[in-house]
Design a binder for this molecule. Structure first.
Ligand code: NAD
Length: 424
C-alpha cells in the first residue's frame, strides 16, 4: 500500500507520524488487507472542544480540549486524559492509536482513545481544575459512557480528576455511573492497585524479560526518567526487587546516587517538596545526561520522543523498559536494536494501568471489591502471558520486540475488523 504520510525533513517525527510508521511496518509484514490497513491509519473520530471557565480571580479562559477515538472494533474505547501545554490533536490521536494496540496486546475487550486539555495545570488552583474538568466533561459527555468510551488518568490528571468526571457525567444522566471512568478513588468504586498498576506492571515485564533472557538479577542498576505516578511506582517496585535505582528525574532535572536511592524515602520527599531535586546525598544531573548513564535498565517514564536518533547512539543501558508512551522514535529503535539493547515496548510495558482499569470496570459492573493481592496476582498473570506471547513472536521471526507486539495486536484488531465487515 502507498504510504501517504508526508515525510518532512526533520529529525523528530510527530507522535502521530511515529504511530502510523509503526503500524505500516507491522501491516507490511502481516500482508494486511488494504481496506483494514487504510482504516487503521486514521482515527474513527476526533472531537475538539472549547472549554470556557472563569478562574477564582475572575479571569476568563477558553482552553482547547480534545478526545480522539482511534478504533472500537474490539469494544468500547479506553484511554487517559492529560492536561499539558503540549497536548495537540496530533498527540492525542497518536496516543489513541497506541491505546488500540495496548488493549489488544493485553487481550482486553477495548479499543483505543485518548483526550487532553492544552493547559499548564500548575498555573491553576484546585477549584480552577475542577471547573475546567467539569466543563470538558460536559462538552464530551455524549461521547463518554461505560459501553462507549471510558477515560482514565494520564499526565497531570489523577483520581480526583476522575471523580469530577464521574460526578458530572452522573448528574447529566440522572444516576450514579461508576463505570464511566477508571482510576477513580477507592471510595467511589476505584480498584485497589490501580495507582501502582502501571509502574508495578512495568517491573513485572522487566522481571519476566530477565528470566527469559537468562540475565542475572544480582546488582542490577536502574535509571528512571520521570517521577510521577508511573515512574515513582516503577522505581519502588525495582527497589523492592533489590535493584539499585541510581538516578531519577522530573521536569526540573535529575538526581544521581552511585550506591542507589532509597525510593520510599524519596517518594516521601517528593510529596513534601514537589520535586526530586535537593534529595539528600545526591548529585544533580540533567534529563539529557540521565538518559545516557551507564546502567542495566533504563525506564523512560515521562513523555514521548525522549530517545531519538540524536541520543540513541549514546544510550548505554542494556535494556529499555518503556513505561511512558512513545518515548523512543522509530529511527532510534533501529539504532538501539543494532546495538543489541533489549526493548520492552510501551504497548506491553505500560499496559498494567489499563489492565487494572479493566479490573476496575469489571468490578463496577458486578459491584465487586477485589483485594490488592488478587489484583496484583491477576495483573502479573496477564503481564507474563502477554510478554511471553510477544517474546515468542520476536524470537521466532527475529523481530524487534515492538514489531512483535504490533503483529500480535494487529492480528487481533484486524480479525475483529474482518469479522465485523465494513458499513455500509
Ligand atoms: P505524571 O504527571 O504523574 O508524571 C509525569 C512525570 O514526568 C513527572 O515527574 C514530571 O515532572 C515528569 N516530566 C514531565 N515532563 C518532563 C520532561 N520534559 N523531562 C523529564 N521529566 C518530565 O504522569 P504519569 O501518569 O506518570 O505518566 C507518565 C507517562 O506514562 C506518560 O507517557 C503517560 O502517557 C504514560 N502512561 C501512564 C499511565 C498511567 O496509568 N498513569 C499508563 C500508561 C502510560
Amino acid at each position: 500500500m502507498a504510504v501517504t504520510t508526508e515525510k518532512a525533513p526533520k529529525t523528530v517525527p510527530t507522535a502521530f507520524e511515529m504511530a502510523v510508521q509503526q503500524l505500516d511496518t507491522a501491516a507490511e509484514i502481516l500482508h494486511l488487507e488494504p481496506r483494514l490497513w487504510a482504516r487503521l491509519r486514521k482515527p474513527k473520530r476526533v472531537v475538539k472542544v472549547s472549554i470556557p471557565f472563569e478562574d477564582r480571580d475572575g479571569n476568563t479562559h477558553v482552553l482547547d480540549g480534545y478526545r480522539s477515538y482511534h478504533n472500537d472494533w474490539r469494544g468500547p474505547t479506553k484511554g487517559g486524559i492529560r492536561f499539558h501545554p503540549q497536548v495537540s490533536e496530533d498527540e492525542v490521536t497518536a496516543l489513541a492509536v497506541w491505546m488500540t494496540w495496548k488493549c489488544a496486546v493485553m487481550n482486553l475487550p477495548y479499543g483505543g482513545a485518548k483526550g487532553g486539555v492544552v493547559c499548564d495545570p500548575s498555573k491553576f488552583t484546585l477549584e480552577d481544575l475542577e471547573r475546567l474538568t467539569r466543563r470538558y466533561t460536559f462538552e464530551l459527555a455524549r461521547f463518554f459512557g461505560p459501553h462507549v468510551d471510558i477515560p482514565a488518568p494520564d499526565v497531570n490528571t489523577n483520581q480526583q480528576t476522575m471523580a469530577w468526571i464521574m460526578d458530572t457525567y452522573s448528574i447529566l444522566n440522572g444516576h450514579t455511573v461508576t463505570g464511566v471512568v477508571t482510576g477513580k478513588p477507592i471510595a467511589l468504586g476505584g480498584s485497589l492497585g490501580r495507582k501502582e498498576a502501571t509502574g508495578f506492571g512495568c517491573i513485572m515485564a522487566v522481571v519476566r524479560a530477565l528470566e527469559k533472557l537468562g540475565w542475572s538479577n544480582q546488582g542490577l542498576t536502574v535509571v528512571v526518567q520521570g517521577f510521577g505516578n508511573v515512574g515513582s511506582y516503577a522505581a519502588l517496585a525495582a527497589y523492592r526487587h533489590d535493584m539499585k535505582v541510581v538516578a531519577v528525574s522530573d521536569v526540573n532535572g535529575g538526581i544521581f546516587k552511585d550506591d542507589g536511592l532509597n525510593i520510599p524515602k524519596l517518594m516521601e520527599y517528593v510529596k513534601e517538596n514537589g520535586t526530586v531535586l535537593g534529595f539528600t546525598d545526591t548529585d544533580e544531573i540533567t534529563n539529557e545526561e540521565l538518559l545516557e548513564l551507564k546502567c542495566d535498565i533504563l525506564i523512560p517514564a515521562a513523555l514521548e520522543a525522549q530517545i531519538t536518533r540524536e541520543n540513541a547512539p549514546n544510550i548505554k543501558a542494556r535494556m529499555i523498559a518503556e513505561a511512558a508512551n512513545g518515548p523512543v522514535t522509530p529511527d532510534a529503535d533501529n539504532i538501539l536494536f543494532e546495538n543489541g539493547i533489549f526493548q520492552i515496548p510501551d504497548i506491553l510495558c505500560n499496559a498494567g494501568g489499563v489492565t487494572v482499569s479493566y479490573f476496575e470496570w469489571v468490578q463496577n459492573f458486578y459491584e465487586l471489591r477485589w483485594s490488592f493481592e488478587q489484583v496484583m496476582e491477576e495483573l502479573e498473570r496477564m503481564m507474563y502471558e502477554s510478554f511471553d506471547a510477544v517474546f515468542e513472536i520476536s524470537q521466532k521471526r527475529k523481530l524487534h520486540m515492538r514489531t512483535a507486539a504490533y503483529l500480535l495486536a494487529l492480528e487481533r484488531v484486524s480479525e475483529a475488523g474482518r469479522l465485523r465487515g465494513m458499513f455500509p
